[in-house]
Design a protein. Sequence first.
Length: 319
Amino acid sequence: MRKYGLSKKILVTGGAGFLGSHLCDRLLEQGHEVLCADNMFTGSKRNIEHLSGHSRFEFMRHDVTFPLYVEVDEIYNLACPASPIHYQHDPVQTTKTSVHGAINMLGLAKRVRAKIMQASTSEIYGDPEVHPQPESYLGKVNPIGHRSCYDEGKRCAETLFFDYHRQHKIRVKVVRIFNTYGPRMHPNDGRVVSNFIMQALRGVDITLYGDGEQTRSFCYVDDLIDGFIKVMETMDDFTGPVNIGNPSEFSMRQLAELVVELTNSRSKIVHAPLPPDDPRQRQPDISLARQTLGWEPKVKLRQGLERTIQYFEQLLGAA
Ligand code: UDP
């Protein structure tokens, strides 16, 4: 065991990404030793530069589709491009990252007897016919569409987690992440929150896809990280899958109007075509997280957007 007091050695794959870097910060604050692995496809140095030189932080350029031999107590497996433009750039590699990445990280967990958490996604529900989506809903996913490399890759990763748990008695946790936003989002990832804020700050047209009536439920990053930590800390018999997200649902039109208001922007809202397989509505049912973890999100959309806008303002100022 590498435990000294309550401090653990923790691997975060995708640790230089949007969520991963916030998770590294939180684990360091808690006194742990953090090994951050990232192949830097969508991860960025800027997200972790404040940690370089930290005595308990180590960065490693590594692609999870290759095995990794390290000694750790816990693993958070976050590695995978998550925005449609990034994961569709090389769809075969996206599936490999989820599937081979899960196999490699589960293999590592098995060898060192580590507890391991998988960052799964609301995308495993596809374009849902049940609303809001409880964990028991099995989903409606197109297996051959443009989103399938991500959706089916993440579904298969969940399968692997549960088979390793049943077959090899690995301690697993599966978290299904719903739309999350906050500082360190990639400015060019095409996600709706980053797109709208960047467009509003630059004073260019805001691109509302389709009729703008499709909905999403946005969780502020700090709330999500609280959820991750709570899930990892629950008893070993709680494996999930568990939804972590904010149930307050907004249409994309409402989001666009709110961003324009908060940035005092002169941008106009214009319509653009809806991407293929774009889910009509999405909202987490978080009853399970409330009951088992005592977790629920605290940050309201307006408050979270204000903090995110501040981040993008600084980013544009520094460019
Ligand atoms: N969207 C939009 N304008 C944009 C980017 C996205 O209207 O500039 C819409 C998109 O069609 C979708 C929603 O916003 O309905 C959320 O898109 P995002 O890519 O952020 O997340 P996901 O579809 O994976 O939930």
